[in-house]
Design a protein around this ligand. Sequence first.
Ligand code: SDX
Length: 428
Amino acid sequence: MSEAILNLEDKSYRLPVVEGTEKERAIDISALRDMTGYITLDTGYQNTGSCMSSITYIDGEKGILRYRGYPIEQLAERGSFTETCFLLMYGELPKDEERKAFSAKLTESSMIHEDMVRFFDGFPSTAHPMAILSTMVNALSVYYPYFYTDDFMSQTFDTMATRLISKIRTIAAYSYKHSIGKPFVYPKHDLRYCGNFLHMMFDSPVKPYEIHPEIEKALNVLLILHADHEQNCSTSTVRLVGSSMVNLYSSICAGICALWGPLHGGANQHVIEMLEDIKDEGVSIREYMERAKDKSNKFKLFGFGHRVYKNYDPRAKILKEHCTVLINKFGIREPLIDIALELEDAVLHDDYFVERKLYPNIDFYSGILYRAMGIPTDMYPVMFAIGRMPGWIAQWKEMHDTVPFKIGRPRQIYTGKTLRDYVDMDRR
Ligand code: SDX
């Protein structure tokens, strides 16, 4: 394998180059500090790989996304979310028996402990569902404690993984019911993953909810598209927190909190609020675009831009198609889709955004689909978390399966005061 030569002061150092299966290359600097006394600095980790991973591959320039080698377009079109969960965690698509056993485990795990149901009595109805979700997921470690043993991966991991993938739906649906003061609807054993979630969200004793296959299919596609995405902010958080050997529930709780941010998974909620502003408050598209260009404020045009994609996010492309299919299928009058298409067109023809390769990302169209399903705006980041759950778990597992296993602990360059002596109060 080739090497990189680093010339520092009057010395030359040889650093190994590693190459992945898609010919991506990296300079391995694991021994840099011991060799040279130097570290590297890379704010926001824009050029830094944190790990080697075989789970997901993105080519940002070509707009390629694959889970364990399978193109996202094929999985979204022909697969199911539950088999995508299995694929991400175990590396292969499940055979029929495996699929049945996995689905049975998800069904068995769909309830939450009755004591946990009472947690909701303490949440105000206005509580953001991401705050509830992170609280409840961490609380799972109270009701399902486990102690890290050497045979953890073989004995306990599968149960914990199915618990999280299954129960996150129930917690999400209960947080919605709590917000509207309606009774919780328990999961049913004969419904599939997405159908059961829609049942818990929208069924009620006085008005039964009919699960439409097109809605169920659209939700499957949404969750598949969100399932994993390399070392994004929330996944890196799950890995870093998990590297301290804390339990899986608490690692996932940290990932949920990171995802909530408006620059990350919280963007889907802000996209809809932005489109509603344009529709209801008379804020013009041009006004929003100009605000996003103005460096004197932190505002960004939600749903546009990406650290890795410098081309159209392949997930946004699929969601855009599903938006129009679902809206036409159900004859939904959704003015936001027209505004979204107009905004996208304006952005894709504006020099500022074109020069910076800012295209619609996954969050731009997902909210419109959730809205068409009747899911409230503040639940959109929760929907993202439901989709991303298998990816977080798979990445956490891959980290724990990696030898040598290292706690994550970045270095820094200190820029504060140099050595000085303590000054008594009367001399300050
Ligand atoms: C997700 O990482 C992942 O994989 C994330 C994700 C996943 O599946 O996990 O794909 C999910 O989080 C999608 C992104 C959702 N967030 C948003 O839609 C919020 C708006 N987008 C921006 O905040 C931004 O584009 C980020 C955060 C997504 C990416 O930020 P980067 O990589 O740090 O890019 P940058 O800020 O360095 O931008 C480069 C330039 C800057 O301008 P200049 O300094 O060169 O003049 O582009 C500008 C930025 O100001 N820019 C934007 C912009 N995004 C970037 N300007 C206006 N509006 C935007 N949306």
